[in-house]
Write a protein that binds this ligand. Structure first.
Ligand SMILES: Cc1cc2nc3c(=O)[nH]c(=O)nc-3n(C[C@H](O)[C@H](O)[C@H](O)COP(=O)(O)O)c2cc1C
Length: 181
């Protein structure tokens, strides 16, 4: 049996411009989270927006509880508020030591559907928290577990890559033909 805990908190730092799609302090939190959580058998997702965090933590009860105790003492956030806690037989976030989603269409759609004009997770109801966790599970990952960007850089499209490869191949064949005759 595993436990899934969803909590919200407020950031204690001013947001800097994102680097590679992620705010730098959040990127450091993610790096440590991924490293520690994979060793502890913990998974989950982190969302950061408008100075607030929502995090899903999933794993063995004692491991998650001890992480929560440590998290509450972290000076980078405050007002840690547990919104939802359930026991799960099958883990929903097993694939991710800590999934990170930056802005995502699904998140915005959900906020709109829920009639929320801003992201204020400290005031989410337990039902909203559970729904939001599900949105995060289905959303596109910004950073993968190996730290690589999950989203393709916008300037390198598959079509461009194919066109460049074809041009190179044509040039190569042309030179080969010239050389042969
Ligand atoms: C919003 C937020 C989420 C965090 N999530 C995790 C987490 O999932 N796992 C983790 O190990 N640390 C997490 N941390 C960091 C911990 O508070 C703590 O700094 C870290 O676990 C210490 O690890 P270390 O002893 O390996 O440096 C988080 C911190 C913040 C502010």
């Amino acid at each position: 049996m595993f436990v899934q805990v969803i909590y919200a908190s407020r950031a204690n730092f001013p947001s800097d411009a994102p680097v590679g799609g992620v705010e730098p302090t959040v990127a450091r939190i993610l790096q440590v989270s991924k490293r520690n959580n994979s060793k502890q058998g913990i998974g989950g997702a982190l969302y950061f927006r408008d100075g607030a965090f929502l995090q899903v933590l999933e794993g063995p009860n004692q491991k998650v509880e001890s992480l929560l105790r440590r998290l509450k003492t972290d000076a980078r956030h405050k007002d840690v508020t547990v919104l939802h806690r359930i026991e799960v037989v099958e883990r929903e976030f097993q694939r991710w030591s800590m999934k990170y989603t930056a802005m995502d269409k699904k998140v915005n759609q959900w906020l709109q559907q829920a009639g929320l004009t801003s992201f204020d997770p400290l005031h989410f109801t337990p039902k909203q928290a559970a729904e939001f966790a599900d949105v995060l599970r289905r959303s596109e990952e910004t950073l993968s577990d190996n730290g690589a960007l999950g989203q393709r850089p916008k300037n390198i499209r598959p079509v461009t890559a194919i066109a460049v490869s074809l041009a190179l191949l044509t040039a190569l064949l042309w030179f080969a033909w010239l050389y042969a005759f």
